[in-house]
Design a protein around this ligand. Structure first.
Ligand SMILES: Cc1cc2nc3c(=O)[nH]c(=O)nc-3n(C[C@H](O)[C@H](O)[C@H](O)COP(=O)(O)O)c2cc1C
Length: 442
C-alpha cells in the first residue's frame, strides 16, 4: 500500500531507443551503441537525483511481424525493436546508484517459476534490495512463437497460469529462512538445514520440489508489480500485486479503474487501497504554448510509414490496415476481443474516446498520448499531476511514459518539475528507507 500524500515516481525506459526516439532531440544520440551501459547509468544518476522510486523496463521478447509474417519493416525502422534482455543493464545501473529501484519484466506465460524466483532473489542480493518484478501474461502473438508456442494462449488461460505461477514463485522465496546462514568457521557449518524446506508445489501447470538454492535477499519477496485492465487482469493484481501500472486516457477512466481495483481487492480478501497505482503519464516541459503541436508533429514525422495503424495492429494482434480508412473504433471491437490480446486497452479507449472515433485518428493519438498527460510549464505540470493524484485518491503516483526521450526530457523533468513537486510536499526530498519496498510503501 502506498497510502499517503506523497507521489511515487517511476520512469518507463522500455523503448528508450526504439520507434524513432533514437533520432529525436534529447535522445540517446551521442552515446555509444545502446546495448552498452553508459546511457543507462547516466539515466539512473539523473532519476535518483530526482528521488524517483524506480526505473522500469517492460518486455515482450519478440520481433514484431506483420500479418504476412514479414518483420522487415519493424527491423528497418526500429519499431519496438531491438529488445535486449535488460537484466544485466539493471545490475550496471544499480552499481552507480544507492537508492533507486528497478522494475523488470518476466512473463508468467513463458518462464518457469523456479527460474523467476531464483533470478529475482539473486537480483535482490546484487541490487541490495532494489528490484521489483513486473509480472506479465504477455499478449504478443509473435512472442508466443519465439518461446515455442504455435499461437498465443487464450486470455483466461494465461491468467489462470499466472495465478499458479506467482503462488509457486512466492512459495520458493519462502523456502529458505532469512537467518539460515550460520557461517561458523570453527565448526565449518555454513547454514542450518532446518531453516530450508521443500516447497512440494503441485499444480496444473507446475510441479516443483524446491527448495530455492538462494538465500532471501534484503526484501525477502521482491515487490510484485502488474498491469491488468481486464477483470482477469484486475483479479490477478488484487491477489498478488503490491503495485499496479495503469495506462488510462482520461481522469474518468482512471477513477473507474481505481474503483474496479478496490472492488477486486475486497473480493480477494484484501483491503481496498491495498495496491498502489502508478498511472502512465506523458510529461513534457514546453518552451511555449504551441510547442506541444510542434513536438507531436515531429514525433509523428519520425515514425515509419503507417506506424500508428501498425503499432495498434501489433498491440491487438489484428491486422487493422485491412480495414477501410474510415473505420470507427466500435467496428473493430469484436475482432480485437476474439484475438485474446490487449482487449482491456480497447475497452478503455472505447469508453474514453467513444466508439465513433475514427480508427486512424485514435491510432495517432494513441502513439502520442496513450495515457494521461501533463504538459506546459513546470508549475502547470505539477498542477496537473497534483490534480490527478488527488482525484485518484493519493495512492501511488506516476510512471513517466515511454514517449519520454531520454535522457533529455528526464533531465528536464528532474531539474525543473521535481523541485516544484518537492516544494509542494508531494515528493520526497531524500530517500528514507533501505529497500525499494520501503520506498514504495512509505
Ligand atoms: C506501464 C505498463 C507496462 C506494461 N508492461 C508490459 C510488458 O512489459 N510486457 C507485456 O507483455 N505487457 C505489458 N503491459 C501490458 C499489461 O501486462 C496488460 O496485458 C495490459 O494492461 C492489458 O490488460 P489485460 O491483460 O488485463 O487485458 C504493460 C502495461 C502497462 C500499463
Amino acid at each position: 500500500m502506498a497510502d499517503g500524500t506523497m507521489m511515487h515516481l517511476a520512469a518507463d525506459l522500455s523503448f528508450a531507443h526504439a520507434n524513432g526516439s533514437w533520432r529525436g532531440k534529447g535522445s540517446w544520440t551521442g552515446y555509444p551503441y545502446y546495448g552498452r551501459a553508459e546511457m543507462y547509468e547516466d539515466i539512473a544518476r539523473i532519476v535518483e537525483r530526482g528521488c524517483f522510486d524506480m526505473v522500469f523496463f517492460g518486455d515482450a521478447a519478440e520481433t514484431p511481424h506483420d500479418s504476412d509474417g514479414d518483420f522487415s519493416e519493424a527491423v528497418r525502422y526500429g519499431v519496438n525493436w531491438p529488445k535486449l534482455d535488460m537484466m544485466p543493464t539493471v545490475v550496471a545501473m544499480s552499481r552507480v546508484t544507492r537508492h533507486l529501484g528497478f522494475g523488470i519484466t518476466m512473463s508468467t506465460t513463458y518462464h518457469h517459476p523456479f527460474h523467476v524466483a531464483r533470478l529475482f532473489a539473486s537480483l535482490d542480493h546484487i541490487t541490495e534490495g532494489r528490484i521489483a518484478w513486473n509480472a506479465v501474461t504477455s499478449a504478443y502473438r509473435n512472442e508466443a512463437r519465439c518461446w515455442g508456442h504455435d499461437d498465443i494462449m487464450a486470455h483466461e488461460a494465461r491468467y489462470a497460469r499466472a495465478h499458479e505461477h506467482i503462488r509457486a514463485t512466492k512459495a520458493l522465496w519462502d523456502s529458505v529462512d532469512p537467518d539460515a546462514v550460520v557461517m561458523d568457521p570453527r565448526t565449518g557449518v555454513f547454514a542450518d538445514p532446518t531453516k530450508v524446506r521443500h516447497v512440494d508445489f503441485s499444480g496444473e501447470h507446475f510441479r516443483i520440489q524446491g527448495p530455492l538454492p538462494v538465500l532471501p535477499g534484503p526484501q525477502h519477496s521482491p515487490p510484485i508489480i502488474q498491469a491488468g485492465q481486464s477483470p482477469a487482469g484486475l483479479a490477478l493484481g488484487a491477489e498478488f500485486a503490491d503495485y499496479q501500472f495503469a495506462a488510462n486516457g482520461t481522469l474518468a477512466t482512471m477513477r473507474e479503474h481505481r474503483a474496479a481495483m478496490d472492488e477486486a481487492l475486497v473480493a480477494a480478501g484484501r483491503k481496498d487501497r491495498d495496491v498502489g497505482m502508478l498511472w502512465s503519464i506523458r510529461v513534457e516541459v514546453l518552451d511555449s504554448p504551441d510547442d506541444l503541436a510542434r513536438r507531436d508533429r515531429e514525433y509523428l514525422d519520425m515514425q515509419p510509414p503507417g506506424a500508428p495503424i501498425k503499432n495498434m495492429s501489433a498491440l491487438f494482434g489484428v491486422d487493422l490496415s485491412r480495414y477501410p480508412p474510415d473505420t470507427l473504433l466500435g467496428e473493430i471491437v469484436e475482432d480485437v476481443r476474439s484475438a485474446h490480446t490487449h482487449w482491456g486497452y480497447l475497452a478503455d479507449a472505447v469508453r474514453s474516446a467513444g466508439a465513433d472515433t475514427p480508427l486512424l485518428e485514435y491510432a495517432e493519438q494513441r502513439l502520442l498520448r496513450g495515457a494521461a498527460e501533463a504538459v506546459g510549464t513546470p508549475e502547470q505540470i505539477a498542477d496537473r499531476m497534483e490534480e490527478l493524484h488527488e482525484a485518484t485518491g493519493r495512492n501511488g503516483g506516476f510512471i513517466l511514459s515511454r514517449l519520454t526521450q531520454v535522457p533529455g526530457t528526464l533531465r528536464r523533468f528532474v531539474d525543473e518539475v521535481v523541485p516544484v513537486l518537492q516544494r509542494r510536499g508531494l515528493l520526497r526530498t531524500e530517500y528514507s528507507g533501505a529497500t525499494l519496498r520501503d520506498h514504495l510503501l512509505t
